[in-house]
Design a protein around this ligand. Structure first.
Ligand code: NAD
Length: 270
């Protein structure tokens, strides 16, 4: 399925770690739809080396950047414009990490140094990225910025831990910066709230396997796969969604509006 709907568009894609990453699928799809882009990830993630395969496959260059570092982001934005030969049309923020989740800290007993890191890596990095683009006037009018989020921002999913707080902040940043960048340059900023998906970040959450099955049962269309999430991102980067901004858009097979399904109810009769 390729209609060249991103032909002539230039972008920056954060967060492709391996071929399970949602950002990886977005990069493949963006390439298939005619976009040119640079790939970026934290310097530490480069060590795995898998991103080189994606770069070769999509004819892209890689610029390492820690998304919590304003200096790295300044460098990324200016280098991306040099490499791509002009301003940027789309940015994907596909970044999440919680040291509290990694170290098994319970939400009621958070380590606050870790908590600050969770918020910085998973949410403030979104503000810093957009702010770097704003400062360098790096985005074209009608440019599109998308970050990935999860419904734990609105409802409690206990094992999602402090990532829920980070996602609430992330979604709020999309609204607030969406206002300011919209007024200034007609840039649109949205978050996509994706179904649970088997990736390195996803499977780091405790009880993920049980949870993904529950979510599958609770979604009339089933869990949305990573490839479909990539398609949705592409539509938001395209000119077909020019007036969509400051939204949190659920891409979850209907999970967010389902109270219960017949399949789940029947399990209680067993
Ligand atoms: N997998 C799921 O179930 C799911 C569901 C909803 C939303 N999301 C969100 O999708 C996004 C992508 O995650 P994924 O599931 O593809 O997992 P992933 O592990 O493949 O991607 C997470 C990425 O964040 C990067 N990262 C971490 N710290 C960074 C830093 N300091 N600077 C730059 N990059 C950094 C990692 O290197 C990695 O590439 C995340 O925001 C995640 O919360 C995932």
């Amino acid at each position: 399925m390729s209609n060249n709907i991103l032909k002539g568009k230039k972008g920056i894609i954060f967060g492709a770690l391996n071929d399970q990453s949602i950002a990886w699928k977005v990069a493949e799809q963006a390439h298939a739809e005619g976009a040119e882009f640079v790939l970026t990830n934290a310097p530490i993630a480069m060590r795995m080396g898998e991103i080189n395969n994606l770069a070769a496959k999509t004819g892209s260059q890689i610029i390492p950047a820690d998304a919590t570092s304003e200096e790295d982001l300044d460098n990324l934005v200016t280098q991306a414009m040099e490499i791509l030969g002009g301003k940027i049309d789309f940015v994907l923020h596909s970044i999440g990490m919680s040291p509290n989740v990694r170290k098994g800290k319970h939400y009621t007993e958070l380590n606050y140094k870790f908590y600050a890191q969770t918020l910085d890596v998973s949410a403030e990095s979104f503000h810093k990225t957009i702010a770097a683009c704003y400062k360098h006037d790096a985005l074209n009018e009608w440019g599109s910025v998308v970050a990935l989020t999860y419904i734990a921002a609105q409802r409690i999913f206990p094992d999602y831990n402090d990532m829920a707080d980070a996602k609430s902040l992330l979604e709020s940043i999309a609204r607030s910066f969406g206002y300011h960048y919209g007024i200034k340059k007609k840039v649109r900023i949205n978050t996509i709230s994706q179904s649970p998906t088997v990736t390195t970040a996803g499977t780091g959450i405790k009880g993920f396997n049980e949870f993904i099955n529950f979510s599958e049962q609770m979604s009339p269309l089933g869990n949305a796969p990573a490839e479909a999430c990539a398609d949705y991102c592409i539509s938001l980067f395209s000119d077909y969604t020019k007036y969509v901004t400051m939204q949190n858009l659920f891409h979850d097979g209907g999970f967010s509006n389902t109270g219960v399904t017949q399949g789940v109810i029947e399990k209680f009769g067993e």
